[in-house]
Design a binder for this molecule. Structure first.
Ligand SMILES: Cc1ncc(COP(=O)(O)O)c(C=O)c1O
Length: 381
C-alpha cells in the first residue's frame, strides 16, 4: 500500500509551487479598475450588445442547450448561417465554429499532425497550440520569436510537408507578427501558414477583420483562428480555411466531435457581436489613444522595460517571480486589476505585468495606474 494518499501527493506538488512563488490562485476583481481583461472594446459589458442579443433570442426562439455534439443533435441552421456570415466577413471560403479558441487550436493542430509530420511554431505561441501538437503524431519545432530567417533555416532542414503556426498579435507580448515575411518564407518552402488572430479580431483591419485580411494575405494563409472571448466580448471561436479543411476537421478534430456544441445563446451572441463590429470605430480609436498614453507615461521610467507593442496588450517586464508578484500586489491594492505573468506562462527572467487597455478606461485611470506602477516599482527596486 502507498504511504501517501493522492491528496497528500497533490498537496506536496502545490507546496513546491508555492515555495517557488509560482502558485496560481483564483481571484475575484470586484471593485478594481479593469486593466486585465481581454475585453478590449468593452463589448462584454455593453448594454447595446446585451439588448441586441435578447432581441435576437426573442426573434429566433428555440431552446437553451444545443443538446449534443455537432455531429449529432448539436448542429443547427443557425450555426451554418453564422459560419457563412463569418467566412464572408473575413474573406474565407469557409468557417467552422468551436466551443473555444483552446478547443479550436487543439482540434486543428492535433488533427493536422495526422498528415503533416512537422509543425513549426513561434516560440511564444499559445499553450493551446502546444497541446494540439502534443496530441498529434507530428514533431514540433520552435523558431525564435518573430524571426523569419530562423523559420527559413528550420524549414530548409525539414523533409516533407510542414505546418507553421504564428499569432498575428502575440497574447503575452502584444507585438505583431510580420505576416508577409512569414508567408514569403512559407511559400518558398511549400509550408502551410496558420495564423491565430485571437487578439487581433475586432481590433485590427477593416471593421476588425484581422491582420491577415488587412495585409491582403487571405489567399496565402492556410487557416486562421478567430476567437470571440476577447474583443468580441462573448465566447467561442472559428477556424477559417478551405472547404477540405472544414470537412477534415469535422472528421478528425476531437474537441468538436466529442463535446456538446455551444448554446443557441452563445451563437446569437457571436452573431450580434459581429453586427456591432461596424459601429465601434470610436472604441478602437479610444483604445489606441489610451495605449499611446500609457506608453508615454511609462516611458519616463528609466529602469523599466516595456515590451515594444502597438496593441492594447502592454507587457511591463519585472524580472523575478517574487518581485513581479510584489509589484502587482501593490498596484492591485491601489485598486487596479492587473496580474503578474510568471513561469511557466512566460520564460523565467521575462516575468511581466500584463496590462490591457480598453475603450471603457479613462485617461485619468491610465494616469493613476502609471503613478501606482511607478510607486510600486520604486518600493520594490
Ligand atoms: C493566442 C490565443 N489563442 C487561443 C486562445 C484560446 O482562446 P479561448 O480563450 O477562446 O479558449 C487564447 C486565449 O487565451 C489566445 O490568447
Amino acid at each position: 500500500m502507498a504511504d501517501l494518499s493522492l491528496n497528500d501527493l497533490l498537496g506536496s506538488k502545490l507546496h513546491q509551487r508555492k515555495e517557488s512563488g509560482l502558485l496560481r490562485q483564483l481571484r475575484v476583481a470586484e471593485g478594481k479598475t479593469d486593466f486585465c481583461s481581454n475585453d478590449y472594446l468593452g463589448l462584454a459589458r455593453s448594454n447595446e450588445l446585451k439588448l441586441r442579443i435578447s432581441e435576437a433570442e426573442g426573434q429566433e426562439g428555440g431552446g437553451i442547450g444545443s443538446t449534443g455534439s455537432r455531429l449529432l443533435s448539436g448542429h443547427s441552421r443557425l450555426s451554418e448561417q453564422l459560419e457563412q456570415r463569418i467566412a464572408e466577413f473575413h474573406g474565407s471560403p469557409t468557417a467552422l465554429l468551436f466551443n473555444s479558441g483552446y478547443d479550436a487550436n487543439v482540434g486543428l493542430f492535433s488533427s493536422l499532425g495526422r498528415v503533416s509530420h512537422t509543425i513549426v511554431y513561434d516560440e511564444l505561441i499559445h499553450a493551446s497550440v502546444h497541446d494540439g501538437i502534443r496530441l498529434s503524431k507530428a514533431t514540433g519545432i520552435a523558431f525564435r520569436h518573430n524571426d523569419p530567417q530562423h523559420l527559413d533555416q528550420i524549414l530548409s532542414a525539414v523533409d516533407g510537408h510542414s505546418v507553421v503556426a504564428v499569432e498575428s498579435i502575440y497574447s503575452m507580448d502584444g507585438d505583431a507578427c510580420d505576416l508577409r515575411a512569414m508567408a514569403d518564407v512559407c511559400d518558398r518552402h511549400g509550408a502551410s501558414l496558420i495564423v491565430d488572430e485571437a487578439h487581433a479580431v475586432g481590433l485590427f483591419g477593416q471593421q476588425g477583420r484581422g491582420l491577415v485580411h488587412a495585409a491582403g494575405l487571405e489567399g496565402r494563409v492556410f487557416a486562421r483562428l478567430m476567437t470571440y472571448g476577447k474583443a468580441l466580448g462573448c465566447h467561442g471561436a472559428a477556424v477559417l480555411g478551405s472547404d477540405v479543411l472544414r470537412q477534415f476537421l469535422i472528421n478528425y478534430a476531437r474537441p468538436l466531435i466529442y463535446s456538446t456544441f455551444t448554446s443557441r445563446h452563445a451563437l446569437l451572441s457571436i452573431k450580434c457581436a459581429y453586427d456591432m463590429l461596424s459601429v465601434v470605430d470610436d472604441k478602437r480609436q479610444i483604445t489606441s489613444h489610451l495605449t499611446a498614453l500609457l506608453k508615454h507615461e511609462l516611458s519616463s521610467l528609466a529602469s523599466v522595460h516595456l515590451i515594444p507593442s502597438n496593441s492594447p496588450i502592454q507587457g511591463l517586464v519585472v524580472p523575478g517571480a517574487a518581485r513581479c508578484r510584489a509589484v502587482a500586489q501593490q498596484v492591485w491594492d491601489d485598486g487596479f486589476d492587473i496580474r503578474p505573468i510568471v513561469q511557466p506562462t512566460v520564460p523565467m527572467g521575462s516575468e511581466r505585468i500584463r496590462i490591457c487597455l480598453h475603450a471603457f478606461n479613462t485617461e485619468a485611470e491610465v494616469m493613476a495606474l502609471a503613478g501606482s506602477l511607478r510607486k510600486a516599482l520604486e518600493m520594490n527596486s
